[in-house]
Design a protein around this ligand. Structure first.
Ligand SMILES: *[C@@H]1O[C@H](CO)[C@@H](O)[C@H](O)[C@H]1NC(C)=O
Ligand SMILES: *[C@@H]1O[C@H](CO)[C@@H](O)[C@H](O)[C@H]1NC(C)=O
Ligand SMILES: *[C@@H]1O[C@H](CO)[C@@H](O)[C@H](O)[C@H]1NC(C)=O
Ligand SMILES: *[C@@H]1O[C@H](CO)[C@@H](O)[C@H](O)[C@H]1NC(C)=O
Ligand SMILES: *[C@@H]1O[C@H](CO)[C@@H](O)[C@H](O)[C@H]1NC(C)=O
Ligand SMILES: *[C@@H]1O[C@H](CO)[C@@H](O)[C@H](O)[C@H]1NC(C)=O
Ligand SMILES: *[C@@H]1O[C@H](CO)[C@@H](O)[C@H](O)[C@H]1NC(C)=O
Ligand SMILES: *[C@@H]1O[C@H](CO)[C@@H](O)[C@H](O)[C@H]1NC(C)=O
Length: 581
């Protein structure tokens, strides 16, 4: 659950568990919503065409993603009553055969019982061999205390697993001693250890430390807290939506969450301060310890999945294609009034294939290959020089709904400007050295969602510097001119990319979808996601340009751009539109 709120810290219920009984209720509390949120027609220019979103209302964290018997499932945090976050959050549910086109189902989990009566917050799915999937989720109980609960499919023969039933013995975990009732949430997918025990971690904050509290179980029902957290640190806030999984060394293939051998490293991810941070390290089950290669530092040096808007993410192992897939919540950055006028808030990122970089120092992300099925008209060219101060338009595609991949080839690098990297925050550097500031090698890159006259434009660009130890590649997204509107967030984002430009060309891929741009720099070694709300650069008025504002020319070694077709996205409920006047 990604929204911090103030709760009464009540006395939390004591766990009592014996046999496992299942509570089958005909009414899962998901009926009788009044989903008639009014959606202002003119604000629908911001609705996306191939990103995951429900027909209306508020969405946040992805929950329990999985593939089970031929079907991909995505559950997500949803407010059935409106376009803003609410105090009655549920698990909405969609299914897909290809991770691109989605079918909207009846809601899976809604508040009904004392242990979740004030919301069903985030959690994960674990597939138990021979027994099917089980959901672990956080309930906000009658005392406004966070507890962990379980649910299972009502009918395993239903290919969509549409109905879910909660366990009679819920809650299965309550806040342990020293943990307040509002700092105990978001169970991960469980993993099975060599000793036959299941393990799971819960995000927390205790004794001024962010942490992953470890629970173990022999039967998946009776969970015991391990004495120490799997990992804790004073350098972060409260851990939301932790994720813990193995990644293969020297391979882009994913591995199942329980895999542990010499060929894997382990990733520990936590969401805090509005960002998703991760570490790469070693899991030592004998000691129940996670030993990161580099601890969190609480600075801009810490590894992040994405340097723009991307939060509360979760991965799952896709056993069909042997890959690990990452989903993340992409928040709005418009005003509350506009969110209400739109009638919806929040998107899921394009699912990203995620693996360990060859260097072993970071992860790499790339849009899943299925997204290419939506490619329409294509424009491409090779070897085009862009002189200093040149700008030209990429024509022939729908620039508001596009997939663009460009590779830049650099000239000799001796003339790159010097940059003293000591204590440089790349995001601040991108704000100071924004797209309109001339450099030598860069700024060069794309101007997305731009009006013909460039009054609205979002620049996604690179600059190359000379550091003390080799060259430095900076990737930025400058939203300062993204919209002729004052009320939207215009933060500039930025990060360094671990590339040696003497040995490698610099690539950029952008997925542009009306109000979202997901950018992948350096073949997926750096990601920046933007939410953009142009006033004029919408539909056919949106254009795509390539620019170079450095004094040295650069060459486009290749460009491929496609119009994107619309995905089938959760069409079930009917929209209710209202004209504004
Ligand atoms: C739950 O597991 C713990 C630790 O294995 C054990 O001591 C306890 O007896 C179990 N409780 C039940 C009800 O099975
Ligand atoms: C379970 O689902 C299958 C497949 O949809 C269906 O044929 C069967 O009737 C369902 N069973 C119950 C008890 O609903
Ligand atoms: C990965 O590749 C490197 C370089 O080829 C090699 O030294 C290392 O042993 C490999 N690691 C594993 C776990 O295969
Ligand atoms: C989501 O976006 C809104 C509007 O920009 C902001 O106020 C809020 O803090 C964001 N929430 C998170 C968890 O990032
Ligand atoms: C880089 O900056 C640091 C801190 O400002 C300073 O101490 C150092 O001398 C600088 N190095 C160079 C080569 O300019
Ligand atoms: C770009 O940076 C310069 C120098 O910091 C600043 O004066 C200017 O306002 C910035 N431009 C935009 C569009 O933010
Ligand atoms: C390039 O520089 C010129 C002159 O400073 C400026 O007007 C223009 O906006 C810059 N281009 C971009 C894309 O920022
Ligand atoms: C960049 O791309 C060009 C054209 O594909 C290629 O000839 C060149 O070797 C590449 N440069 C580097 C440094 O990889």
């Amino acid at each position: 659950m990604a929204i911090r709120a103030v709760f009464l810290v009540g006395l939390c219920c004591v766990l009592q568990s014996n046999g496992i009984e299942v509570e089958a209720s005909e009414n899962n509390g998901c009926q009788n919503f009044q989903p008639h949120t009014v959606m202002l027609q003119e604000k629908q220019a911001y609705r996306t065409s191939f990103h995951f979103q429900p027909p209306r209302n508020w969405l946040n964290d992805p929950n329990g993603p999985m593939w089970y018997r031929g079907v991909y499932h995505l559950f997500y945090q949803y407010n059935p009553y409106g376009a803003l976050f609410g105090d009655f959050m549920i698990w909405a549910h969609s299914v897909s055969y290809d991770l691109i086109n989605w079918i909207h189902l009846n809601h899976a989990l809604c508040p009904t019982e004392p242990y979740d009566i004030n919301s069903c917050w985030s959690g994960s799915a674990t597939i138990l061999h021979g027994k099917g999937p089980i959901i672990l989720y956080t309930g906000i109980d009658a005392n406004h205390c966070q507890v962990q609960n379980m649910a299972m499919p009502k009918n395993l023969s239903d290919p969509f697993l549409e109905e879910w039933i909660k366990f009679a013995q819920n809650p299965i975990m309550t806040p342990p001693d020293g943990v307040e009732g509002n700092n105990f949430r978001d169970p991960t997918t469980a993993w099975l250890s060599h000793d036959g025990k299941w393990s799971v971690i819960i995000g927390s904050w205790s004794n001024n430390q962010g942490m992953a509290i470890l629970y173990q179980s022999e039967d998946f029902f009776n969970w015991t807290k391990y004495q120490d957290p799997l990992y804790s640190t004073e350098r972060t806030g409260m851990w939301e939506c932790p994720d813990f999984y193995p990644v293969a060394v020297n391979s882009t293939y994913g591995v199942d969450t329980s895999v542990l051998n010499a060929g894997v490293k382990h990733v520990m991810k936590a969401s805090f301060n509005s960002h998703d941070y991760y570490m790469i390290g070693t899991y030592v089950p004998e000691m129940q310890k996670y030993i990161p290669d580099n601890d969190f530092t609480g600075t801009s040096m810490d590894l992040r999945y994405d340097h723009g808007k991307f939060y509360a993410s979760k991965t799952f192992f896709d056993s069909v294609k042997n890959r690990r897939i990452l989903w993340g919540w992409v928040n709005e950055s418009d005003s509350i009034e506009d969110d209400m006028d739109k009638g919806w808030s929040g998107l899921q990122s394009i699912p990203r294939h995620i693996w360990l970089d060859r260097s072993g120092k970071q992860l790499v992300q790339w849009p899943i290959e299925e997204i290419n099925k939506l490619h329409g008209e294509k424009v491409s060219f090779l070897h085009k020089k862009i002189d200093s101060e040149a700008i030209f338009e990429v024509q022939g595609i729908t620039a508001a709904q596009a997939d663009v991949e460009v590779v830049f080839e650099l000239p000799e690098l001796q003339e790159a400007e010097f940059l003293n990297l000591t204590a440089v925050d790349p995001q601040l550097l991108c704000s100071d050295a924004n797209a309109s500031i001339k450099g030598k090698l860069g700024p060069f890159g794309l101007l997305t969602l731009a009006t013909k006259d460039l009054t609205e434009q979002t620049a996604i660009f690179f600059r190359i510097f000379k550091g003390l130890k080799g060259h430095v590649v900076l990737m930025c997204s400058d939203q300062s001119r993204s919209a002729l509107r004052d009320e939207v967030d215009k933060t500039t984002y930025g990060t360094f990319i671990d590339i040696d430009p003497q040995r490698e060309n610099i690539s950029l891929r952008c997925l542009i979808d009306h109000s979202i741009i997901e950018s992948f720099g350096g073949e997926g070694r750096a990601c920046i996601t933007n939410r953009i709300y142009p006033k004029l650069a919408i539909h056919e008025e949106a254009h795509l340009f390539i620019f170079n504002n450095g004094t040295l020319s650069v060459t486009i070694s290749s460009l491929n751009a496609w119009s994107m077709n619309k995905a089938q996205m959760n069409h079930k409920e009917n929209f209710i539109y209202k004209a504004s006047h």
